[in-house]
Design a protein around this ligand. Sequence first.
Ligand SMILES: Cc1ncc(COP(=O)(O)O)c(C=O)c1O
Length: 431
Amino acid sequence: MRNETIAIHGGYEGDSATRAVAVPIYQTAAYNFDSAEHAAALFNLELEGYRYSRINNPTNEVLERRVAALEGGVGALCVSSGQAALHYAVLNVTQVGKNIVSVPQLYGTTHTLFAHVLPQLGMNVRFAESDQPSAIEAAINDDTQAIFCESVGNPAGNICDLEGLARIAHQYGRPLIVDNTVATPILLRPFDYGADIVVHSLTKFMGGHGTTLGGIIVDSGKFPWREHAARFAMLTEPDPSYQGLVYVERFGAAAYIARCRSVCLRTMGAALSPLSAFLLLQGIETVAVRIDRHIENARRVAEFLRGNPLVEWISYAGFADSPYHGLAQKYLRGRGCSLLVFGVRGGLEAGCRFYNALRLVKRVVNLGDTKSLACHPASTTHRQLSAAEQRKAGVTPEMIRLSIGIEHADDIIDDLDQALKQSARPRPPTG
Ligand SMILES: Cc1ncc(COP(=O)(O)O)c(C=O)c1O
């Protein structure tokens, strides 16, 4: 099936108990075992079934199967937020004294997780000088466990050369982990270009309505953990925290995601509520049609901004003269995405006047909603970064990030137009 169909039907063949057409919300913490032996077989992972909703749940399982199918993976694990997904995805293959190598253009909280929180746990992140495969290669050392990037960087809008990054990662025997939140599998499936693990904040375009936090980790099932057994002993040697289970032996291609569930989610507990899984599934049903409209509206808005004398600069990969145009042709099916950044003429002060004057477009730190949203990264999402770190992450003081929604494009443009006019108005005299 194509992704447009998988988004609606994937992972659900009907509820055997009720024949419900919509995915039922199994709002239960626990499951009644037949016997002590039945419970033991479930806990030994010898039998498939439900044990406790922190570990697995039938509603969440539909979400996991659906997103795994959309991305073309062997399995997925849903968690309570995108941030939890990122944390677990990395923790699952690293340990004290080891590091991962990351591109510098990251969502602000991911940067903070990597630069400050993981080091407190004894795991380092080596930030490459750029997102170029050669820069990633230069940052790899003996202790590197994985390579990380955002397929489309938030907010920089850079598009990573996934094929090039996967080639370097695999040359050194490391997996490539990709945050595919901004692109979604409707535009880009990183596994098609050699990525090994995909992470999403489902809060954004996938859920799509700005109502529900959620995250997911998807396993391609292709990384040869056994070939690099010494480096990935957590997957290839007996796990003392789980009765000596060897994940690659018991789960084969799905070893990574099985360990992520049994170790990261089971013990650290950022479980997704089944009600949230249901809401996210509702959103995913329309993701393909929404993305088309988001992108078409973004193209119209980008053209309006480029032609406006009150706009100093705009970065949009859909323009033929964008440095990312070629990568957008290859990785985003020739389309830009609906996240675009620009600077108001007149710098930070004019930018603030523009921002404060918005009426339809909401002033928020979210993206990927049906509603058009504006964010000022330097004062919000990337506030914890130093000026130099902000520059490396692609954030400038005056930059405004727009996430273009699916309203009528003319209404979005009218609002931006009136706010730009406000940005140019001289300040009223004081005193
Ligand atoms: C690219 C990216 N990844 C991850 C996250 C974190 O997701 P969540 O807010 O669901 O924790 C965000 C949030 O904005 C994001 O933009």
